[in-house]
Design a protein around this ligand. Structure first.
Ligand SMILES: [Fe+2]
Length: 301
């Protein structure tokens, strides 16, 4: 069954819950940073790379404006952060849907804009690939074609949200593990159920609900649409806790809304943030095309 924007977001352009773009924090107040003096299409010097990685360690979202990277250049820039995810890491072509530098868009198989949401989960808070035993470290999007209005990406700082919890609440979360599953994710966002083959391909995993950032030691909530329940708890109780924590995380002071401009390149740390896309106006008319790369992370602890 195909889903339309209206089915997902009854009031067009308004997410099912959570802050509207005009309610959320400025990038710097959220904990992110804009970097203005780098041309990412060129190889970085060692000093530039060191500074970039240092900045990434202490900021969950980095924003670069006015960039123009080919797919090869985006691939090369992404390598600064580690191993690139993708089944065909030696093939810089985009013939298949999922290549190391792949396209995120609202285009159908004929290349025309469409209101049909094929990746519904993108519109719900999530941390990329948290349903894998080794989830993603970093994700990067480079804006290629943008609609006139809407299509923002929202980020929530889950380290800041965790730190803001009362000490008693933090203590109650300590030691809990959440089950993450691609199947549950699809069900929770109303997508097509996974086939038995797909479930076998991506079996459920569990991760700590509070994970420690390997570089900074900071604790962050690790949750989102891929998380289905709490291990060892009655399913309904675990789902209720996860819903409460998402409500907490998406408070406007923890959220930054990125309003895309042509040439933007935005990258984020999946270990201490969750994100989601907002639909854009007239998705059946206007194109939204971004190039995406993802860097492999490590087992959460
Ligand atoms: Fe994502």
């Amino acid at each position: 069954m195909s889903a339309t924007i209206e089915a997902l977001h009854p009031a067009h352009g308004v997410p099912p819950s959570g802050p509207r773009p005009d309610e959320t924090a400025r990038l710097e107040d959220f904990g992110g940073i804009e970097i203005a003096d780098l041309d990412l299409s060129q190889p970085l010097t060692e000093a530039q790379r060191d500074r970039l990685l240092r900045t990434f360690r202490s900021h969950p979202v980095l924003v670069f404006r006015d960039q123009a990277l080919t797919k090869d250049q985006q691939y090369a820039f992404t390598l600064n952060f580690g191993e690139i995810e993708g089944a065909h890491v030696n093939r810089l072509i985009d013939a298949k849907n999922y290549t190391p530098v792949h396209t995120v868009s609202n285009l159908d198989s004929d290349g025309n804009p469409s209101e049909i949401l094929r990746e519904r989960g993108n519109y719900y808070w999530h941390s990329d690939k948290s349903y894998h035993a080794v989830p993603s470290l970093m994700t990067m999007l480079h804006a290629v074609e943008l609609p006139p209005k809407g299509g923002e990406t929202q980020f929530a700082n889950t380290a800041k949200a965790y730190a803001a919890l009362p000490a008693e609440a933090r203590g109650e979360l300590e030691g809990l593990r959440a089950n993450h599953s691609w199947e549950a994710s699809r069900i929770q966002c109303g997508g097509r159920p996974a086939t038995p083959e797909q479930i076998a391909e991506r079996p459920p995993v569990d991760h700590p609900l509070v994970r420690i950032h390997p570089d900074t030691g900071a604790k962050a909530l690790y949750l989102g649409n891929h998380a289905s329940h709490i291990v060892g708890w009655p399913v309904a109780d675990g789902q209720a806790l996860l819903r409460r924590m998402i409500q907490h995380v998406q408070q406007p002071e923890f959220v930054y809304t990125h309003r895309w401009r042509q040439g933007d390149l935005v990258l984020w740390d999946n270990r201490c943030s969750v994100h989601r896309a907002l639909p854009h106006e007239a998705m059946g008319v206007h194109r939204r095309v971004l190039h995406r790369t993802v860097v492999k992370g490590s087992v959460p602890y």
